[in-house]
Design a protein around this ligand. Structure first.
Ligand SMILES: Nc1ncnc2c1ncn2[C@@H]1O[C@H](COP(=O)(O)OP(=O)(O)O)[C@@H](O)[C@H]1O
Ligand SMILES: [Mg+2]
Length: 246
């Protein structure tokens, strides 16, 4: 199993990159894939053009309310696990697990705790796990996701955005997670380009060009699957991801 995480500040292209990576994997027959939407403000399902499954947080809420109605002889944790497995959105080509949003930190903690246990079991069923993280890296800092093969940190091409990416990088370093390789991906979305004499904290792994085809799909509310393989952004992701996983 190869596990890929994507992190970065909001609006830097995390979800776009996650979706592009999933698309590249599928088009090269690299499956089965589990997509994990671990950003409470995310919309990975929309970018993938599929309905949102019930989120893990909502399942935990629901099951705690239903606790008097557990099937006889079934432990709560087993029942939850069953419900979570049911909730994973099974598309023909990949599965999607949605972490979800919560108001109360307590509940989210519990969900994280659950996810930690389930993820390990769950991941064994897949060849690839692609995880769209939130800016605060909640799941990584709570060790929901202990190890990653590759972590991509996305940033726009300006110094402020790169500073944020650097903060995420130092945070990840301090967490002492098992991550084989961390890469910086610069996104030219927003029209800026990196100036030649500027050296970010990591040499960029690649620069994601602004892609009109992606902009058009977003405008029309269409999923990424109709993106043609000659899209600029698709090609650059393909070129850099395949050698890592082959
Ligand atoms: N390289 C790009 N080309 C065209 N549109 C892009 C590009 N990168 C991001 N976008 C658009 O910018 C918006 C924010 O990107 P998104 O991936 O959702 O960021 P994040 O997940 O980091 O918040 C989306 O509408 C997305 O379609
Ligand atoms: Mg996002």
């Amino acid at each position: 199993m190869i596990k890929i995480g994507i992190a970065g500040k909001g609006g830097t292209g995390k979800t776009t990159l996650s979706a592009l990576i999933i698309l590249v994997l599928l088009r090269h027959n690299k499956k089965p894939i589990l997509a994990v939407d671990a950003d409470p403000n995310s919309n990975l399902n929309e970018v993938l053009g599929i309905p949102a499954p019930e989120s893990l947080v909502d399942i935990v809420d629901r099951v705690s309310k239903e606790k008097d109605r557990l099937p006889p002889g079934m432990e709560k944790s087993k029942y939850l696990e069953f419900q979570i497995r049911e909730a994973i959105q099974e598309e023909e080509e990949f599965d999607l697990l949605l972490m979800g949003k919560t108001e109360g930190p307590g509940c989210y903690c519990y969900a994280n705790h659950l996810l930690r246990d389930f993820m390990e079991k769950l991941e064994k069923n897949y060849s690839f796990v692609v995880m769209d993280n939130e800016a605060g890296m909640e799941h990584l800092s709570r060790r929901t996701s202990r190890n990653l093969d590759f972590l991509f940190i996305t940033s726009l091409c300006d110094k402020i955005s790169i500073k944020s990416a650097e903060r995420i990088y130092s945070m990840v370093e301090k967490l002492e997670l098992e991550i084989k390789e961390i890469y910086l991906v610069l996104n030219e979305f927003g029209g800026r380009k990196i100036s030649e004499n500027y050296n970010p904290f990591l040499p960029p792994f690649f620069v994601l060009p602004y892609d009109e085809k992606i902009a058009k799909l977003t405008e029309e509310g269409k999923g990424i699957f109709s993106l043609s393989s000659d899209s600029k952004a698709y090609k650059i992701v393909e070129e850099h991801i395949l050698p890592l996983i082959e």
